[in-house]
Design a protein around this ligand. Structure first.
Ligand code: PLP
Length: 406
């Protein structure tokens, strides 16, 4: 008898986006002439930078000629892209990451979801609350948690991110093995300082733990004092794996390219307590289960690092950050406490009321869609997330409507 993986039965159904869609649909039906502005989704709206489009076209042309055609590429990614990432994203910031420590993939979602496969089933996992749900659900699927009860999975350690700790959680009170951190954070928009990040690296070293550092939004960091990579912290290569993505950096959400850094000296332990290097484990997993990102897409990603590409990417990031500034300033002017929106595309807003009531107010009174914070965890109760991924025109219109309505 074929049996299912029972862990899947533990998964809490994600009602969040279905619930949002249902409420929006009802509103639209009741108000067919009112235009809705969606500031809820974390998807980019600007098209690909021209440098990337040109490079992709050129690469497609190469695939049409037998002398330049390419079949399967290296699963870890082409050397040209890994070298550019090593030079531009890491070495230029004093982080000695070599090309062969970089694994090109089709998404930070897949990588942050798949990485847990290389760790023991009894690993004690810590996540922040609120949290990007992929970290939680993939550990539920793998059987590292108990049931979902009172809003949380038993067996997971939740690190609370609240206004009291400025949305940077305290170190765990009980020992943990694996810690998921994400800065700039989705959904809170909070950023972490060098000193704060150093405390986590020190914790991981002392406790033989490992940090999974999701830096999918690092391109939004404009403050030069803030770390853009965990490897800017001394010793981090031993105790941290970092995830990056071209999705939000360069509008690749529909094109798909990302990468994960597993330094050669990054370690975990076997049953006997012997140090095992994670690079070879991840390399084995990646090359067994992944075929590599297509050549035209990797060429497009390489173009992000060209002079032209850097300028175009920066223009797009500044555009979204301009939207974020408008949202934050307006909401603060209306008396709401906000986090994020500076060095981050997300604004986390304390509504001083139930998240869904706040959501309904914005929808029914202003025709604006946001994301209720409690969909990201218990600590999101009372908050909403507004995203800066939209046109300036829509953001201005939405803020004007909110100001008139509230
Ligand atoms: N990590 C975080 C925190 C995200 O918010 C997202 C996407 O929204 C991802 C990873 C996924 O990135 P990708 O598009 O590369 O899969």
């Amino acid at each position: 008898m074929i049996r299912i993986n029972e862990n899947y039965q533990k998964l809490k159904s994600s009602y969040l986006f279905a619930d949002i869609a249902r409420r929006v649909e009802k509103f639209q039906k009741d108000n067919p002439h009112r235009e809705i502005i969606k500031l809820g989704i974390g998807d980019v709206t600007l098209p690909l930078p021209l440098a990337c489009v040109k490079a992709m076209h050129q690469a497609v042309d190469e695939m049409a000629i037998s002398s330049t055609f390419r079949g399967y590429g290296p699963e870890q990614g082409y050397g040209f892209l890994r070298q550019a990432i090593s030079d531009s994203d890491f070495r230029s910031r004093g982080a000695a990451i070599d090309p062969d420590e970089i694994f090109i993939s089709d998404g930070a979602k897949c990588d942050t979801g798949n990485i847990q496969e290389i760790f023991d089933a009894n690993t004690v996992v810590a996540v922040t609350d609120p949290v990007y749900p992929v970290y939680v659900d993939t550990n539920v699927m793998a059987g590292r948690t108990g049931n979902f009860q009172d809003g949380r999975y038993q067996g997971l350690v939740y690190l609370e991110s609240t206004r009291e700790n400025s949305f940077i959680p305290d170190l765990p009170e009980t020992p943990v093995d694996l810690i998921y951190l994400c800065y700039p954070n989705n959904p809170t928009g909070a950023v972490i300082t060098r000193d704060e990040l150093a405390r986590w690296v020190e914790y991981a070293m002392k406790n033989k733990a490992l940090i999974l550092y999701d830096a999918a939004y690092e391109a939004f960091i404009r403050d030069p004092e803030l770390p853009r990579s965990i490897y800017e912290i001394d010793g981090a290569t031993q105790v941290a794996i970092e995830f990056r993505s071209f999705s939000k950096t360069a509008g690749f959400t529909g094109t798909r390219c990302a990468f994960t850094v597993v330094p050669r000296n990054c370690r975990a332990y076997d049953r006997q307590g012997r140090e095992i290097m994670l690079h070879s484990l991840w390399n084995r997993r990646h090359s067994t289960k992944f075929n590599g990102v297509s050549y035209p897409v990797q060429k497009a990603a390489l173009a992000v690092y060209s002079k032209e590409g850097q300028q175009q990417v920066l223009t797009n990031i500044e555009y979204y950050l301009g939207n974020a500034r408008i949202i934050r300033e307006k909401m603060e002017k209306l008396g709401f406490e906000c986090t994020g929106g500076i060095n981050s595309p997300y604004i986390w807003i304390n509504g001083n009321k139930d998240s869904w009531s706040f959501f309904d107010d914005l929808l029914n009174k202003a025709g604006v869609v946001c994301t209720p914070g409690d969909g990201f965890g218990l600590c999101g109760k009372g908050y909403i997330r507004i995203s800066a991924f939209n046109s300036l025109e829509n953001v201005e219109k939405a803020m004007h409507r909110i100001e008139s309505a509230l």
